[in-house]
Unconditional design. Sequence first.
Length: 178
Amino acid sequence: MIEGPPLRADAQRNRARILDAAEAVFAESGTRASTEEVARRAGVAIGTVFRHFPTKEDLLVALMKRLLVQLAEEAGRHDLFGFFRHTVAQAAAKKTAVDLLAGSGVDIRLPDAVGHLEEAVGRLLDQAQAAGAVAGSVRLPEVVALLTGMCQGALHGGWDEHLQARTLAVVFAGFERG
């Protein structure tokens, strides 16, 4: 993706519409979906898509970065347990850029976006430990691994609400024991 000066307001709107359309198109058709379909759904010319995202890989990377930013923002609206519930439910309900990228062969390196998400989850963990809801021996890498694994399981397994609740209860019990 090309970095440069801040985008004009209309270019920012086009970029957001392209990303919204791409998320929907790729969720429906996978990474084989065409950028022409993304442009059509976004209501822009194909050249506009390519000005923002010169390759399909650039578009997929931008989707992943946006998803990670959204997750970090979402973490600020929940406690650790609520964030787990929300994120697992979202994964079970729909395919996301994470699923698309897992099978796309795209090499994603977004250390800043991943770092922000880990910081947000770390704050939730610290708060839960300070409140005595999570054992002090539970560490951030384990929490992130559990969240990632549960989201992948919910996404690929199509977990219903009952299975989500039972699985989360087992994980949460483990948090208390450390």
